[in-house]
Design a protein around this ligand. Sequence first.
Ligand SMILES: *Cc1c(COP(=O)(O)O)cnc(C)c1O
Length: 475
Amino acid sequence: MLYVSTRGHADRKHFCEILLEGLAPDGGLYLPESYPKVNEAMLAKWRGLPYHALAFEILSLYIDDIPAEDLKAICRKTYTQDVFGSAEIVPLKPLEEGVYLEALSNGPTLAFKDMAMQLLGNLFEYELARRGEELNILGATSGDTGSAAEYAMRGKKGVRVFMTSPNGRMSPFQQAQMFSLQDENIHNLAVEGVFDDCQDIVKAVSNDLDFKRKYRIGTVNSINWARLVAQVVYYFAGYFQATSGRVQAIPEKVRFAVPSGNFGNICAGHVARMMGLPIDKLVLGTNENDVLDEFFRTGVYRVRSSADTHETSSPSMDISKASNFERFVFDLLGRDGARVKSLFGEQLSATGKFDLGADPAFRQAGPRYGFVSGKSTHADRLATIRDTHKRFGVTIDTHTADGLKVARSHLQPGVPMIVLETAQPIKFAGTIVEALGHEPERPAKFEGIEALPRRVTVIAPDVRAIKDFISARCA
Ligand SMILES: *Cc1c(COP(=O)(O)O)cnc(C)c1O
């Protein structure tokens, strides 16, 4: 399997060549040249497999430069009951008739980013050892991504993590999760500034090509193809669980509802659907930052300014642009790289938006690709958390509430609706208290983490200071 860039001007590459890269050299994102197709015989064979074996089957369709035995071992080591808390790894919880939550949030940091990042940690360690190289991961986080990256890379040979975050602005639980890590290869940098300052610093360091090369600076952001393909697996696992026990000649269809920000999670659903998994609809839910809902309603994709980006109670979806969206548009436009380059390159930089509303291709987003969308607000979130708690005794987090709220406008009798649960409520306890009047339950292993000793350096929002910090630790 070879990978191409969405902007059409990069060499075709194998999986391990793009594993440690970010953007393609032409500024595009990598996608497989074509989507491998699954048939009914394959689905029947995969249905009973444990999660790690299912992951191997799916990943091996996309990875031809890691020997099968090694890839099998990596999957087995990644998706364990010990790390993800249950034999199913992503268990379904039934709500009302035909509606399920799929728990993607039982990993080490209690958010769905663990599903892919844990695999990425093991793939990085494997590939770096094979090449005899090291990598310094530099990132910016406002919460979930940074902690998932740190828990995936802690103790991994050949990898150091330098994670910047806005000092004092993450939730107390998120700060405790990250800063309590004592691993020598994990470095927390609390920048005296806001999240944008952190991102600007990371960009400035990465744009210094000499520094980047000398210190082998890399990233683990959501545009990494390996993260995306790891996420494809839980769409299959959710489908098998929701349709278990029903033997039918024609495969039953399901719908997925996905709380979305950067379009990473739901893009994996799009890939699963392109592979032939019988997904009827992909229901995209946004919060008040409705860049994607606006696109699917109108065909207009409009990047927001920072002043126009709302701080909400589902903060991991507070985005100004959706960094993985270019992948879907590439498919929607019949894989016309030149057109994608003009839209995401020239047009977005010049005007901050593009409009496909009048394009016949845009009208296929629903009928041909299954996308529908909706938006959820703070009031919707509170109401959905309350209602779910009252009717089912289940406490859901704020992001999952956005997904469930939008899912309920797209139910169809007889078609199971699987809502992806992207985080545990304890991560966003403040809003749960607002909705329910009491704290959510805390998993036992997180008792008292706020009191643990912290390993964090407070640092000025200054590119020089960050570079000096990194170079001092890479001697
Ligand atoms: C990252 C995140 C999301 C959004 O996922 P995207 O891939 O950015 O669309 C939703 N919920 C939670 C809890 C997250 O951490």
